[in-house]
Design a protein around this ligand. Sequence first.
Ligand SMILES: [Ca+2]
Ligand SMILES: [Ca+2]
Ligand SMILES: [Ca+2]
Ligand SMILES: [Ca+2]
Length: 436
Amino acid sequence: MVLVGILIVSFFPVANAALTAESAVQSTESSVPPNQTLLVSTQGASVEFGAGIFSFNRSSDRIIWKWTDCPNKCFDVDPLGDGETLFVSKTGEKKPFQINGSDSYNWKATHLNRSTGEIYRQFSVPPETHDIDYLGDGRYIVANKILHDSAEQAWLREAKRQGWINESRETHSHLVYIYNATSDEIVWEYRFVDHFPKNAGDGYANDYTHLNDVDVVDNGSAVLLSPREFDRVVLIDKETKETRWTLGAEDEYSTLHEQHNPVLLSNSPPTVLVADSGNDRIVEYTRRNGSWKQTWIYKNELRWPRDADRLPSGNTLIVDTGNDRVIEVTPDGEIVNTTEIAQAPYDAEIAGLGDEPQGPPMYEIRGSDTNTSTEQVSSVESLQRVWLDYHFTASWILPTWVDPIAFGSMHFSILSFGGLSSCGLDTIWRSSVLYR
Ligand SMILES: [Ca+2]
Ligand SMILES: [Ca+2]
Ligand SMILES: [Ca+2]
Ligand SMILES: [Ca+2]
């Protein structure tokens, strides 16, 4: 690890230039048609560079608006019409405090107008919140994935001391809740621990659900949930909180492997389009007579994709996190648009189409449930992918300039110094996995 450190430090002037290249600003979006405006959130890297909410002119690929007041980790972004935007992120407003030895910030949901810059609402949410959706009438549904109770209690204490939340606020870790911002109250909640065993997923004392998406569907009567660590998508009845159906099962990776951002394309028959991140693919499933059938797959060169939306045209908008880009693909797997954006993009939306558009399911486009795989990976590409995956995992803790080629040079140099430190590589692996 020491040698890796020496090599990183020797390149520091280059890395430092990259770190200071961008400052945190909010600009005002120019007049680009909403259907040509692509909104993208980026998580950034552990070196605290590159996180933000950006909008692009899809015709020119130019950034036309940005919000970078987040030290790192911007997650969900939702266009709400007429320039209104909702997103969730860390904020640079307050100094970090400690939860279980790691820094945490004042995480906030921000509801603003990109055209005018006016902030309608901004309020604290639990650390690491990945998704929030606006339900109207001042109500928001929040995917609270804060770690176990002790971390949450630490956050509650600090948030009350800082005045970020009111004194009577109570939450419960691994919880979905509806927050009424007008009355400053939690008005509905679903606790995972009431419905799943404590040893499910990553375990209740750890990252348990890693809940990354929540959508209110079926005319407001049901909620779609994405507990990543459970390898499944769950539809619950909002009133009874009973499970209506489940797609996938824990550790059954052939269906889903630590998925992100599912979208319900059809309620009847149930049809789900989802970024199957751990399997490096996008998949669509339709449920008939109680069993799921895979009706679409897009894999090709994807690396850890985390978002997929079906556009009204039948094309699919994909956030290819590991390749730092957003692509649009046809049902036959042809890429028709690419936007490159560094630093781990998380969510993408086309402003004129609203949040997570639910375009036609494949059974409607094709007229049947037939699946046409678009997976085309040769053995040479497989080896390449192993290396790229290894570099991608390490990239969470390496400076941004260390691309796969520089990463290879580092390994060569380390070997030349007289031996590769397996301890060092193990440290890279563990640190980077913890970060995401
Ligand atoms: Ca979104
Ligand atoms: Ca959302
Ligand atoms: Ca959502
Ligand atoms: Ca999206």
